[in-house]
Design a protein around this ligand. Structure first.
Ligand SMILES: [Zn+2]
Length: 199
């Protein structure tokens, strides 16, 4: 269900003058993708730019969205996790207190903290390829640059950018079966679970 976008497609080439390499897995969002995301989230996903990462089955896993929605609302989380089974697994991890542990490690481990700050800067630079929203100019997502507050948001970045960009999310994804290095489909597992609980 994926298609090969044109080489000059701004969604895959990055913005003119962007210092960043293209997102490695980005592909256009089709009408079918929008319908699948509506099922995944239980609502319409707004501000959709592209699909930044897909599940092994081809369904959207991370959607890339505009920094400002059609109604003018700033939307800083521009790499948004939609995949139900992964969302659920990450919610389970969040419920164990992992975020406090990770935040504490950022205070103790300067190397980890520096890499995490780089991920924060990368997040903002990537979003700025799509424009800016002054209200959230220095805001990234997930608690970056100094805290860990939402693993879903961090995972969205790690899945979209590939490994080695967000060390905290890479570490979390490595503990989830099927989440890394390849995203293996587990969509059949939780077909009856509800999603979108604590986002
Ligand atoms: Zn799948």
């Amino acid at each position: 269900m994926t298609t090969t976008p044109a080489a000059d497609d701004p969604r895959t080439a990055g913005a003119p003058g962007s210092p960043l390499p293209p997102l490695p897995f980005e592909s256009p969002a089709t009408a079918e993708d929008l319908a699948v995301m509506r099922e995944q989230l239980g609502r319409d996903m707004r501000g959709v730019v592209s699909i930044a990462r897909r599940c092994g089955c081809g369904r959207p896993a991370v959607v890339r969205t505009r920094p400002r929605l059609e109604d003018g609302t700033p939307f800083p989380t521009s790499l948004y996790l939609t995949l139900p089974w992964l969302t659920l697994d990450i919610s389970r991890i969040e419920a164990t207190g992992t975020m406090a542990e990770l935040t504490a490690r950022l205070d103790d481990d300067e190397e980890l903290a520096a890499a995490y700050r780089s991920a924060h800067e990368r997040y903002i630079a990537r979003r700025e390829e799509l424009g800016t929203a002054a209200e959230v100019d220095h805001v990234s997502a997930g608690g970056m640059p100094s805290r860990v507050k939402c693993l879903h948001a961090l995972a969205g970045q790690a899945l979209a950018e590939g490994p080695g960009i967000n060390p905290v999310a890479d570490e979390v994804l490595a503990t989830i079966p099927g989440a890394a290095p390849e995203l293996v489909c587990r969509c059949a597992e939780d077909a009856t679970d509800t999603v979108g609980e604590t986002r």
